[in-house]
Design a protein around this ligand. Structure first.
Ligand SMILES: NC(=O)c1ccc[n+]([C@@H]2O[C@H](COP(=O)([O-])OP(=O)(O)OC[C@H]3O[C@@H](n4cnc5c(N)ncnc54)[C@H](O)[C@@H]3O)[C@@H](O)[C@H]2O)c1
Ligand SMILES: [Zn+2]
Ligand SMILES: [Zn+2]
Length: 345
């Protein structure tokens, strides 16, 4: 089969690989029909994710059709259409029983990281019963590809942890696919305002179309002043960090109102200053989270009922044969206006 393989820092190729086989009775083999590229895949190619070793097939998002199942799989059979979760969960360990699937002691985010992933014609999914979701008949599979990772991430790490409420003021720092996913799902709760902050005017324009009540380009270094002016000097109830660098987390520290929440989504590679000298008396909460994908069934219902349309995030389409071109396009998002690449297999 064809597969997109990480070959070491900055090296990648579309290679011919053997088709995966069931190795444990709880596995399923999925014929991938659609997949996509995540910002995290770019981190892997830069060598930022040491758990992902050269030779690995990348990809942790996608939909497909069940090709075969192991003897212990009871919820799926050959021919079923399924959504693949970016998180594999055994459903039985201490963390899975607490619905913290991301910390499953034998699963978590392993797909396209510690085991071969979805940017291929076939993929082996461990713990199939608890790591796949059935796709209802007639569902829009392109939209569902966005539910493997980015929608649950924006919703769980940003909106749920950030306690977005009716009438509240929300700021989302970072208007990439994850920030936009938080923007789409924050609207479930009817906040009064959702302010989007980024350096890229294209992405801010997209945010305007996705329901942001205002947008701020923070390149002038005046985002704090602007937000304070907009909120009567009070700040925001929820500040969602969706970039993953010190500057944007520190911005959240400066704009959070007393009693508010800073909900971090970004993956941070360096230390960030915690300004307790400014925050100790402000009754704030700081949350961190790795997406658990516990909200996936709820998000599937919301997509089916057309409450949200994550398909809007798809900006480019490629066949698997052209995945290198898709990576090029995705890697130059500022120039290409790329958000999500839909890869058809
Ligand atoms: N916690 C989780 O489980 C989880 C899951 C998936 C992704 N992530 C992380 O979420 C973050 C966002 O992911 P993404 O795919 O949307 O990334 P992305 O790189 O596509 O988007 C980041 C956005 O931030 C903007 N930006 C960069 N520097 C900025 C600055 N100084 N001020 C304001 N905006 C700035 C960029 O212009 C871009 O639009 C990443 O760190 C990613 O690794 C976390
Ligand atoms: Zn991802
Ligand atoms: Zn588990």
């Amino acid at each position: 089969m064809k597969a997109f393989v990480y070959l070491g820092v900055g090296r990648k190729a579309l290679e011919e690989r053997p088709k995966p086989e069931i190795t444990t009775p709880t596995d399923a083999i999925i014929k991938v029909t659609r997949t996509t590229i995540c910002g995290t895949d770019l981190h892997i190619l830069k060598g930022d994710v040491p758990t992902c070793q050269p030779g690995r097939i990348l990809g942790h998002e996608g939909v497909g059709v069940v090709e075969s199942v192991g003897s212990a799989v009871t919820s799926f059979k050959t021919g079923d259409r399924v959504l693949i979760s970016c998180i594999s969960s055994c459903g039985k360990c201490e963390y899975c029983r607490k619905l913290m699937f991301s910390h499953c002691t034998t699963g978590g985010w392993i797909l396209g990281n510690q085991i071969d992933g979805t940017q291929a014609e076939f993929v082996r999914i461990p713990y199939a019963d608890t790591s796949l979701y059935p796709i209802p008949k007639g569902a829009d599979e392109e939209a569902l590809v966005m539910l493997s990772d980015i929608l649950p991430t924006g919703f769980e790490c940003g909106v749920l942890n950030g306690k977005v409420q009716p009438g509240s003021i929300v700021a989302i720092v970072g208007s990439g696919p994850i920030g936009l996913a938080a923007l789409l799902t924050a609207q479930f709760y009817s906040p009064a305002e959702i302010i989007m902050i980024d350096l890229d005017d294209n992405r801010l324009e997209v945010a305007g179309g996705f329901g942001a009540t205002s947008t701020i380009n923070s390149a002038d270094g005046k985002a704090v002043e602007t937000i304070m002016r907009m909120t009567g000097g009070r700040g925001v109830d929820t500040a969602i960090e969706a970039v993953g660098i010190p500057a944007t987390f520190e911005l959240c520290e400066k704009i959070v109102a007393p009693g508010g929440v800073i909900a971090n989504i970004g993956v941070h590679g360096t230390k960030v200053a915690l300004h307790l000298e400014l925050l100790w008396d402000r009754n704030i909460t700081i949350t961190t989270r790795l997406v658990d994908t516990v909200s996936t069934p709820m998000l599937m219902n919301s997509v089916r009922a057309q409450r949200i349309d994550p398909k809007l995030l798809i900006t480019h389409r490629f066949k698997l044969d052209h995945i290198l071109e898709a990576y090029e396009t995705f890697g130059q998002a500022a120039k290409t206006r790329a958000l999500k690449m839909l890869i058809e297999v």
